[in-house]
Design a protein around this ligand. Sequence first.
Ligand SMILES: NC(=O)c1ccc[n+]([C@@H]2O[C@H](COP(=O)([O-])OP(=O)(O)OC[C@H]3O[C@@H](n4cnc5c(N)ncnc54)[C@H](OP(=O)(O)O)[C@@H]3O)[C@@H](O)[C@H]2O)c1
Length: 288
Amino acid sequence: MDAVVQQDLREATWRPGEPGLVSPEACHILPSGNRMPLLGLGTRDLNVHTVDTVCGALELGYRLIDTAPAYHTQRGIGDAIRACGFERHDIFVVTKVEPRGDTYAAMHKCLAQLKLEYVDLALVQGLPERDAGDFAWHGLRRAKRDGLTRDIGLSGYPIDCVEELVYGTGEMPACNQLEWSPFGHSPRMLDFCRDNGILILAASPLTHARRLNDDKLGTMAARYGKTPAQLVIRWNLQLGVVPLPKANHTSHLRENLGVFDFEITPLDMTRLNALNEHYSPHGKLDYL
Ligand SMILES: NC(=O)c1ccc[n+]([C@@H]2O[C@H](COP(=O)([O-])OP(=O)(O)OC[C@H]3O[C@@H](n4cnc5c(N)ncnc54)[C@H](OP(=O)(O)O)[C@@H]3O)[C@@H](O)[C@H]2O)c1
């Protein structure tokens, strides 16, 4: 594979002719200077063979793994990283902590399950009941200072809550993980995140497989000689969003990496954007 292509986050929107998205080894550069791969593996509902599935994914070329305590995949992910013989610094691990309670202590629990010394990114998952989560955010800031995580961010945060949190604490999140697909996304959120150097991580990028049989999507994918899943993943990449497709099946894992050898035209990007109906496979988009 060619040398790593670095892409500044503020320049992350792909433009035709630019080399930034041609390689699965290309990466975003977070404001901290740390590198984040362009796409990752979601691990919610991963089957019981977590170690085998994650090992298989790493061998295929995945370098970013997204987890959370609620997914019950942290132990398997840590075991897979060790079993596969990868250097720790070659894998980007994302985990999450609940906004209620002591997020600093929760980070220690995550690391104990992963049996890792640090994660690359830790997110506050969702809003606490009453405020924007200053207390939770302070816990993660401390975790970052103490080296438990290299970067910190949010998940499911609306714009006004991100603003309130930054106003209250002075620290901008590196990322906001959001449900994000052509059928459910927010141009306003995209603009806000671009303006503030926040990278969006796309949760449920394949709509939990519920909308992959959409006629317009299928017709367009066929024109590119690609599958609907590949088209949706590529749409995310071209927006500068990091998709986290989850797949148990090896055929899906492989297929979802086949997104670096074609480009969606600007007109088709507009057509895909127009599929937006704020769809969520989990009920409603919580960040609108
Ligand atoms: N922060 C949050 O609150 C939050 C919320 C939701 C999700 N997430 C993250 O986002 C990740 C992905 O979301 P998700 O698991 O809800 O759903 P998803 O990635 O949108 O879809 C997964 C489904 O798509 C299928 N699939 C995968 N590749 C396919 C392909 N090429 N063709 C056809 N079907 C394909 C999978 O099948 P098989 O498994 O059978 O291969 C699975 O049924 C999660 O695992 C999690 O890491 C985070």
